[in-house]
Design a protein around this ligand. Structure first.
Ligand SMILES: NC(=O)c1ccc[n+]([C@@H]2O[C@H](COP(=O)([O-])OP(=O)(O)OC[C@H]3O[C@@H](n4cnc5c(N)ncnc54)[C@H](O)[C@@H]3O)[C@@H](O)[C@H]2O)c1
Length: 252
Protein backbone atom coordinates (compact mmCIF):
# COMPACT_ATOMS: atom_id res chain seq x y z
CA UNK A 1 0.00 0.00 0.00
CA UNK A 2 1.42 3.48 -0.85
CA UNK A 3 2.35 5.72 2.08
CA UNK A 4 0.16 8.63 3.17
CA UNK A 5 2.51 11.15 1.51
CA UNK A 6 4.05 8.89 -1.14
CA UNK A 7 6.10 10.82 -3.72
CA UNK A 8 5.75 14.19 -1.99
CA UNK A 9 8.67 16.39 -0.94
CA UNK A 10 8.93 18.80 1.95
CA UNK A 11 10.73 20.11 4.99
CA UNK A 12 10.59 19.96 8.77
CA UNK A 13 12.26 22.66 10.92
CA UNK A 14 13.66 21.87 14.36
CA UNK A 15 14.02 18.27 13.19
CA UNK A 16 17.27 17.43 15.02
CA UNK A 17 15.28 16.48 18.09
CA UNK A 18 11.93 15.70 19.70
CA UNK A 19 8.69 16.30 17.81
CA UNK A 20 10.45 17.53 14.65
CA UNK A 21 12.58 14.40 14.45
CA UNK A 22 9.54 12.14 14.96
CA UNK A 23 7.66 14.02 12.23
CA UNK A 24 10.57 13.81 9.79
CA UNK A 25 10.81 10.05 10.46
CA UNK A 26 7.10 9.57 9.85
CA UNK A 27 7.12 11.67 6.66
CA UNK A 28 9.98 9.46 5.44
CA UNK A 29 8.22 6.26 6.45
CA UNK A 30 5.07 7.40 4.60
CA UNK A 31 6.97 7.80 1.33
CA UNK A 32 8.03 11.47 1.26
CA UNK A 33 11.46 12.95 0.55
CA UNK A 34 12.33 15.07 3.57
CA UNK A 35 14.69 17.97 4.12
CA UNK A 36 15.55 17.75 7.79
CA UNK A 37 16.38 21.23 9.03
CA UNK A 38 17.69 22.71 12.27
CA UNK A 39 20.31 25.16 13.51
CA UNK A 40 23.85 24.60 12.21
CA UNK A 41 24.82 24.01 15.86
CA UNK A 42 22.36 21.05 15.88
CA UNK A 43 23.76 19.52 12.67
CA UNK A 44 24.82 16.30 14.48
CA UNK A 45 21.24 15.70 15.67
CA UNK A 46 19.88 16.57 12.25
CA UNK A 47 22.21 14.12 10.57
CA UNK A 48 21.13 11.45 13.06
CA UNK A 49 17.52 12.05 11.98
CA UNK A 50 18.58 11.76 8.33
CA UNK A 51 20.41 8.49 9.00
CA UNK A 52 17.37 7.03 10.79
CA UNK A 53 15.13 7.91 7.82
CA UNK A 54 17.60 6.43 5.33
CA UNK A 55 18.06 3.26 7.40
CA UNK A 56 14.29 2.78 7.30
CA UNK A 57 14.46 3.00 3.47
CA UNK A 58 13.45 6.67 3.13
CA UNK A 59 14.98 9.69 1.38
CA UNK A 60 16.30 12.61 3.42
CA UNK A 61 19.05 15.16 3.75
CA UNK A 62 20.05 17.84 6.25
CA UNK A 63 19.99 21.57 5.52
CA UNK A 64 20.74 24.16 8.21
CA UNK A 65 18.33 27.01 8.88
CA UNK A 66 17.87 29.41 11.76
CA UNK A 67 14.16 30.12 11.46
CA UNK A 68 14.62 33.57 12.98
CA UNK A 69 16.72 34.60 9.95
CA UNK A 70 14.79 35.53 6.82
CA UNK A 71 17.55 34.64 4.33
CA UNK A 72 17.92 31.19 5.96
CA UNK A 73 14.18 30.50 5.55
CA UNK A 74 14.34 31.54 1.89
CA UNK A 75 17.44 29.38 1.29
CA UNK A 76 15.77 26.37 2.93
CA UNK A 77 12.80 26.47 0.57
CA UNK A 78 15.11 26.99 -2.42
CA UNK A 79 17.14 23.99 -1.32
CA UNK A 80 14.10 21.68 -1.15
CA UNK A 81 13.13 22.73 -4.68
CA UNK A 82 16.71 22.28 -5.91
CA UNK A 83 16.88 18.77 -4.43
CA UNK A 84 13.39 17.45 -5.13
CA UNK A 85 11.87 19.80 -7.71
CA UNK A 86 9.01 21.12 -5.55
CA UNK A 87 7.69 21.82 -2.06
CA UNK A 88 4.54 19.83 -1.30
CA UNK A 89 4.56 20.24 2.47
CA UNK A 90 6.28 22.22 5.21
CA UNK A 91 6.20 21.67 8.94
CA UNK A 92 7.17 24.80 10.87
CA UNK A 93 8.09 23.14 14.14
CA UNK A 94 11.23 24.81 15.57
CA UNK A 95 10.51 26.41 18.92
CA UNK A 96 11.95 27.43 22.26
CA UNK A 97 10.50 28.13 25.70
CA UNK A 98 11.30 30.37 28.65
CA UNK A 99 9.80 29.62 32.07
CA UNK A 100 9.13 32.67 34.24
CA UNK A 101 6.17 34.60 35.65
CA UNK A 102 5.06 37.21 33.14
CA UNK A 103 6.27 40.20 35.15
CA UNK A 104 9.66 38.52 35.69
CA UNK A 105 10.22 37.74 31.99
CA UNK A 106 13.10 39.82 30.66
CA UNK A 107 12.62 41.89 27.52
CA UNK A 108 15.41 39.88 25.92
CA UNK A 109 13.76 36.52 26.65
CA UNK A 110 10.40 37.78 25.37
CA UNK A 111 12.00 39.03 22.15
CA UNK A 112 13.92 35.76 21.66
CA UNK A 113 10.82 33.57 22.08
CA UNK A 114 8.82 35.75 19.69
CA UNK A 115 11.69 35.87 17.18
CA UNK A 116 12.03 32.08 16.98
CA UNK A 117 8.48 30.84 17.55
CA UNK A 118 6.29 33.54 15.97
CA UNK A 119 8.50 35.47 13.56
CA UNK A 120 10.18 32.19 12.58
CA UNK A 121 6.81 30.72 11.64
CA UNK A 122 5.89 33.87 9.72
CA UNK A 123 9.17 33.82 7.77
CA UNK A 124 8.82 30.12 7.02
CA UNK A 125 5.24 30.47 5.78
CA UNK A 126 6.07 33.48 3.62
CA UNK A 127 8.68 31.69 1.51
CA UNK A 128 6.83 28.36 1.57
CA UNK A 129 3.60 29.95 0.31
CA UNK A 130 5.44 31.85 -2.45
CA UNK A 131 6.93 28.55 -3.63
CA UNK A 132 3.66 26.60 -3.33
CA UNK A 133 1.89 29.27 -5.42
CA UNK A 134 4.38 28.56 -8.22
CA UNK A 135 3.59 24.83 -8.16
CA UNK A 136 -0.17 24.83 -7.70
CA UNK A 137 -0.49 24.25 -3.96
CA UNK A 138 0.72 22.40 -0.92
CA UNK A 139 0.15 21.89 2.79
CA UNK A 140 1.70 23.68 5.76
CA UNK A 141 1.48 22.58 9.40
CA UNK A 142 2.66 24.86 12.18
CA UNK A 143 3.47 23.60 15.67
CA UNK A 144 1.52 25.68 18.16
CA UNK A 145 0.75 24.25 21.62
CA UNK A 146 -2.06 23.85 24.10
CA UNK A 147 -0.49 27.11 25.32
CA UNK A 148 -1.75 28.50 21.99
CA UNK A 149 -5.32 27.79 23.13
CA UNK A 150 -5.23 28.81 26.79
CA UNK A 151 -2.93 30.39 29.36
CA UNK A 152 -0.33 28.12 30.98
CA UNK A 153 1.34 29.25 34.19
CA UNK A 154 4.90 30.58 33.86
CA UNK A 155 5.16 30.62 30.07
CA UNK A 156 3.56 33.95 29.13
CA UNK A 157 5.97 34.80 26.31
CA UNK A 158 5.69 31.28 24.92
CA UNK A 159 1.87 31.34 25.17
CA UNK A 160 1.80 34.68 23.33
CA UNK A 161 3.98 33.25 20.56
CA UNK A 162 1.87 30.10 20.26
CA UNK A 163 -1.42 32.07 20.17
CA UNK A 164 0.15 34.21 17.46
CA UNK A 165 1.03 31.13 15.41
CA UNK A 166 -2.69 30.27 15.32
CA UNK A 167 -3.41 33.74 13.90
CA UNK A 168 -0.87 33.17 11.14
CA UNK A 169 -2.33 29.70 10.52
CA UNK A 170 -5.89 31.00 10.12
CA UNK A 171 -4.84 33.87 7.88
CA UNK A 172 -2.69 31.63 5.72
CA UNK A 173 -5.63 29.23 5.41
CA UNK A 174 -8.20 31.79 4.31
CA UNK A 175 -5.92 33.82 2.05
CA UNK A 176 -4.57 30.86 0.04
CA UNK A 177 -7.35 28.23 0.14
CA UNK A 178 -8.30 28.88 -3.47
CA UNK A 179 -4.67 28.50 -4.53
CA UNK A 180 -4.67 24.91 -3.31
CA UNK A 181 -2.68 25.68 -0.16
CA UNK A 182 -3.91 24.31 3.18
CA UNK A 183 -2.53 25.66 6.45
CA UNK A 184 -3.18 23.96 9.79
CA UNK A 185 -1.65 23.80 13.25
CA UNK A 186 -1.17 21.14 15.88
CA UNK A 187 -1.48 22.07 19.54
CA UNK A 188 0.36 19.44 21.60
CA UNK A 189 0.22 19.23 25.38
CA UNK A 190 3.12 17.68 27.34
CA UNK A 191 5.23 15.59 24.98
CA UNK A 192 8.31 13.80 26.27
CA UNK A 193 11.12 15.56 24.41
CA UNK A 194 14.25 17.36 25.68
CA UNK A 195 12.14 20.55 25.99
CA UNK A 196 10.03 18.72 28.62
CA UNK A 197 12.59 16.23 30.01
CA UNK A 198 15.01 19.03 30.91
CA UNK A 199 12.43 20.58 33.31
CA UNK A 200 12.47 19.75 37.04
CA UNK A 201 10.02 16.90 37.93
CA UNK A 202 7.71 19.27 39.90
CA UNK A 203 7.36 21.52 36.86
CA UNK A 204 6.66 18.49 34.63
CA UNK A 205 3.86 17.45 37.04
CA UNK A 206 2.35 20.97 36.92
CA UNK A 207 2.31 20.83 33.12
CA UNK A 208 0.77 17.33 33.09
CA UNK A 209 -1.94 18.20 35.64
CA UNK A 210 -4.59 19.61 33.23
CA UNK A 211 -4.46 16.54 30.95
CA UNK A 212 -7.26 13.99 31.15
CA UNK A 213 -4.76 11.27 30.22
CA UNK A 214 -2.15 11.55 32.94
CA UNK A 215 0.97 10.74 30.94
CA UNK A 216 3.29 12.68 28.67
CA UNK A 217 2.73 12.09 24.97
CA UNK A 218 5.23 10.43 22.68
CA UNK A 219 6.56 12.62 19.82
CA UNK A 220 5.30 9.95 17.40
CA UNK A 221 1.73 10.70 18.56
CA UNK A 222 2.14 14.28 17.30
CA UNK A 223 3.81 13.08 14.10
CA UNK A 224 0.75 10.99 13.21
CA UNK A 225 -1.42 14.13 13.26
CA UNK A 226 1.10 16.31 11.40
CA UNK A 227 1.64 13.84 8.57
CA UNK A 228 -2.10 13.25 8.20
CA UNK A 229 -2.72 17.02 7.99
CA UNK A 230 -0.12 17.22 5.19
CA UNK A 231 -1.63 14.27 3.33
CA UNK A 232 -4.38 14.32 0.69
CA UNK A 233 -6.62 12.54 3.23
CA UNK A 234 -6.96 15.96 4.90
CA UNK A 235 -7.93 17.69 1.62
CA UNK A 236 -11.00 19.40 3.20
CA UNK A 237 -9.19 20.48 6.37
CA UNK A 238 -7.65 23.94 6.57
CA UNK A 239 -7.30 26.62 9.25
CA UNK A 240 -7.67 24.23 12.17
CA UNK A 241 -5.82 24.32 15.50
CA UNK A 242 -5.82 20.60 16.27
CA UNK A 243 -5.23 19.72 19.92
CA UNK A 244 -3.00 16.65 20.32
CA UNK A 245 -3.24 17.01 24.03
CA UNK A 246 -4.79 14.12 25.95
CA UNK A 247 -7.89 16.19 26.71
CA UNK A 248 -5.95 19.14 28.12
CA UNK A 249 -8.13 21.90 26.64
CA UNK A 250 -11.36 19.86 26.92
CA UNK A 251 -11.61 20.79 30.60
CA UNK A 252 -9.91 20.18 33.91
N1 LIG B 1 7.49 19.01 24.16
C1 LIG B 1 6.32 19.53 24.45
O1 LIG B 1 5.74 19.21 25.49
C2 LIG B 1 5.67 20.51 23.51
C3 LIG B 1 4.33 20.83 23.72
C4 LIG B 1 3.70 21.73 22.87
C5 LIG B 1 4.39 22.29 21.81
N2 LIG B 1 5.71 21.97 21.63
C6 LIG B 1 6.38 22.59 20.51
O2 LIG B 1 6.90 21.59 19.67
C7 LIG B 1 8.02 22.09 18.95
C8 LIG B 1 9.16 21.12 19.09
O3 LIG B 1 9.52 21.04 20.45
P1 LIG B 1 10.24 19.78 21.10
O4 LIG B 1 9.52 19.50 22.35
O5 LIG B 1 10.43 18.73 20.10
O6 LIG B 1 11.61 20.48 21.53
P2 LIG B 1 13.13 20.11 21.23
O7 LIG B 1 13.91 21.09 22.06
O8 LIG B 1 13.36 18.64 21.38
O9 LIG B 1 13.28 20.46 19.68
C9 LIG B 1 13.25 21.78 19.21
C10 LIG B 1 14.23 21.88 18.05
O10 LIG B 1 14.15 23.22 17.54
C11 LIG B 1 15.47 23.63 17.23
N3 LIG B 1 15.55 25.09 17.22
C12 LIG B 1 15.58 25.95 18.28
N4 LIG B 1 15.72 27.21 17.84
C13 LIG B 1 15.79 27.15 16.48
C14 LIG B 1 15.94 28.12 15.46
N5 LIG B 1 16.07 29.41 15.74
N6 LIG B 1 15.96 27.69 14.18
C15 LIG B 1 15.84 26.38 13.87
N7 LIG B 1 15.72 25.41 14.79
C16 LIG B 1 15.69 25.80 16.09
C17 LIG B 1 16.34 23.02 18.31
O11 LIG B 1 17.70 22.97 17.92
C18 LIG B 1 15.69 21.65 18.48
O12 LIG B 1 16.28 20.67 17.66
C19 LIG B 1 8.29 23.48 19.52
O13 LIG B 1 7.71 24.45 18.68
C20 LIG B 1 7.59 23.45 20.86
O14 LIG B 1 7.21 24.73 21.29
C21 LIG B 1 6.35 21.09 22.45
Amino acid sequence: MPGLVEGKAGLVTGAASGIGRACALRFGAEGASVVVSDLESSRAGGEETVRAIQEAGGTAEFFPCDVAVSSDCEALVAHVVESYGRLDFAHNNAGIGVHAPLAETSDEDFDRVIAVNLRGTFLGMKFQIRQMLRHGGGAIVNTSSNAGLRGVHLIGAYAASKHGILGLTKNGAIEYANDGIRVNAVCPAAIMTPLMADLPPERQQEILAPQALNRPGDPAEVAAAVVWLCSDDASFVTGVAMPVDAGSVAGW
